[in-house]
Ligand binder design. Structure first.
Ligand code: ATP
Ligand code: MG
Length: 571
């Protein structure tokens, strides 16, 4: 994990690309639309799952834009659906927002407003703007009509104010079973906007709420709660994703009928990524059915998953900032996110040597029992990161891929008779191999040139390849978890009939290597620091690590030029 201190990590240092939301707020500030009131925004997650990378965009806009205009942002839990909501989610959401580098002004809950919302419902009933309906959910759906056909009035629509008040109060006091009655706004059953066809305001639900317990057995619908919660908090700009655009007339209707603070809803495009699902319902299914190891599985697009994977808040903010905000939905290539992450890690990650699939080499002319230290830069991009000492000895591990007994064309790494550089150490030349019964190479015998210490030969001799290594005697055993895309297809939700998104899962999304060796300095590896295993990729320590058994996650592979050559050759 790369938990960082929010103090040293505020979002305001990143360049901000232009977006229409900023222009709109700037205009409202200029015209003093809200007088001298400060810009107030809110981030309103429903605590029914963990936050994902899409939420990072909403968070960045809500907090970032308010901050830019000297305003404030509330974190408000939209907790109107007790059956799906849990304290675990409330806690994880707070942790994730802070990890991204943002701090809220007030911590709010829609459930704090249940009393006020109830009073306002009574007010709408008294004004003849709301009624209790006894139709079943099915009947309500049938009466609603379609996009091409107007709806029909419910037979209960014209109940008297007195009867409505009486029934609604009895709904609240628990007299009626779940689903037997609802409170509806009385708007227009012929409206071309289906959301305006007498939407349900309250439903009966005898469920225990994670905050209000059994105090309520009626719960407000999202549309009835959201705008009024904004208004109570004097939210000036209520930013949400485009699927709520059709709800905006209803958002405004409630506020106007109640004559309360005129918060304004503004919609922007959802963040969508290739090879990624950003639906809490589907992510929950992946967790519940065990397709991943949990909400924080490093293959998940949740903030807790990508944090465990080694992604950093700096890179995520830079990415969502660059994604900007528009009024049309699109889909961003996952490689753009990876690009921002590589860029950040390349600057900050400490280098280390690790051999994932080891092959032993023995340097026959290096004295047995001898060892020495070579000095290595911690980060060539950052001299301030200093250097460290890495032990070198007669027996070393290199990657199996870095040796070929019979080298293919253009293969410049170690092979019999070929000389290569061991990074930061010496030139070595391979001479012979030892094989196991099945014919695979288990050991390569080499000689080294003692004059080439540090990686250069005094006679100016050139080698075509530099490979990494660890000293067999000093190396630490490690488990390395390699991750690939969780889904095989760019749009995993797009499936033919009879299939589900689960059919698009990548069976090879996790590969566990248990026999890796890493240089001894990684005994001090911490969850906070990213590492670049030289020539292999970016890695971070996994919380499963113990002092006796290091576990590393691959955050991202380096771009591998050899893999490209091989691919081309194969194609
Ligand atoms: P899901 O559809 O997966 O259930 P949601 O939109 O219901 O997600 P909420 O908890 O209601 O999740 O979201 C909180 C805020 O985050 C909302 O304002 C919502 O518009 C925004 N949001 C959710 N998903 C995305 C996304 N992919 N891109 C940008 N903003 C998002
Ligand atoms: Mg939602």
């Amino acid at each position: 994990m790369t938990d960082t201190n929010p103090e040293s990590n505020t979002a305001s240092t990143e360049p901000r690309s232009s977006n229409f939301l900023r222009d709109m707020i700037a205009e409202d500030v200029r015209t003093k639309k809200y007088g001298d009131a400060v810009i107030q925004t809110r981030f309103p997650p429903e605590p029914n799952g963990y936050l994902h990378i899409g939420h990072a965009k909403a968070i960045f806009l809500d907090f970032g834009l308010a901050d830019e205009f000297g305003g404030k942002t509330n974190l408000r839990f939209d907790d109107t659906n007790p059956e799906k909501e849990e304290q675990e989610y409330v806690d994880s959401i707070q942790k994730d927002v802070r990890w991204l580098g943002f701090e809220w002004d007030r911590l709010c809950y829609a459930s704090d407003y249940f009393g006020q919302l109830y009073e306002w419902a009574l007010k709408l009933i008294r004004a003849g703007k709301a009624y209790v309906d006894d139709l079943t959910a099915d009947e309500i759906r049938k009466y609603r009509g379609t996009l091409t056909e107007p709806g029909k009035d419910s037979p209960y629509r014209d109940r008297s104010v007195e009867e409505n008040l009486d029934l609604f109060q009895r709904m609240k006091s628990g007299e009626f079973p779940d689903g037997s009655r609802v409170l509806r706004a009385k708007i227009d059953m012929a409206s071309p906007n289906l959301n305006m066809r007498d939407p349900v305001m309250y439903r009966i639900l005898h469920a225990t709420h994670h905050r209000t317990g059994d105090e309520w057995c009626i719960y407000p619908m999202y549309d009835y709660a959201h705008g009024q919660s904004d208004s109570i908090e004097r939210v000036t700009h209520s930013m949400c994703t485009l699927e709520f655009a059709d709800h905006q007339p209803l958002y405004r209707w409630y506020i106007e009928q109640l004559g309360i603070f005129p918060s304004q809803q503004i919609e922007f495009d959802r963040l969508n990524l290739t090879y990624t699902l950003l639906s809490k319902r589907k992510l929950l299914q992946l967790v519940q059915e065990g397709h991943v190891r949990g909400w924080d599985d490093p293959r998940m697009p949740t903030l807790s998953g990508i944090r465990r994977r080694g992604f950093t808040p700096e890179a995520i903010r830079a990415f969502v900032g660059a994604a900007g905000a528009t009024r049309t939905n699109g889909i961003i290539d996952i490689e753009m996110l990876e690009h921002f992450q590589r860029d950040d890690l390349n600057r900050r990650a400490r280098r280390a040597m690790a051999v994932l699939r080891p092959l032993k080499i023995v340097i026959d002319n290096y004295p047995e029992g001898q060892e020495e230290m070579v000095e290595v830069a911690n980060n060539p991009e950052d001299p301030a990161a200093g250097t460290r000492q890495v032990p070198f000895s007669r027996e070393l591990y290199i990657e199996q891929d870095d040796f070929r007994e019979v080298p293919p064309p253009k293969y410049y790494r170690l092979s019999p008779g070929k000389e290569v550089r061991l990074r930061n150490a010496y030139f070595v030349t391979a001479h012979s191999v030892q094989k196991s019964a099945d014919g695979s190479v288990v050991e390569v015998h080499c000689t080294y040139d003692p004059a080439s210490r540090g990686g250069n030969s005094p006679d100016g001799r050139k080698v075509k390849s530099t490979i990494h290594w660890v000293s067999a005697r000093h190396a630490l055993a490690a488990e390395v978890r390699l991750y690939d895309k969780l889904f095989l297809t760019p749009d995993p939700g797009d499936v033919e009939e009879g299939k589900t998104f689960l059919d698009n899962l990548n069976p090879g999304s996790l590969e566990i290597l248990t026999g890796a060796w890493v240089e001894p300095s990684l005994a001090q590896a911490s969850l906070e620091n990213p590492y670049q295993f030289e020539r292999v990729g970016y890695f971070c320590l996994d919380p499963d690590s113990t002092p006796g058994q290091l576990v590393f996650n691959r955050t991202l592979a380096l771009k591998d030029s050899w893999a490209k050559i091989e691919k081309k050759a194969g194609a």
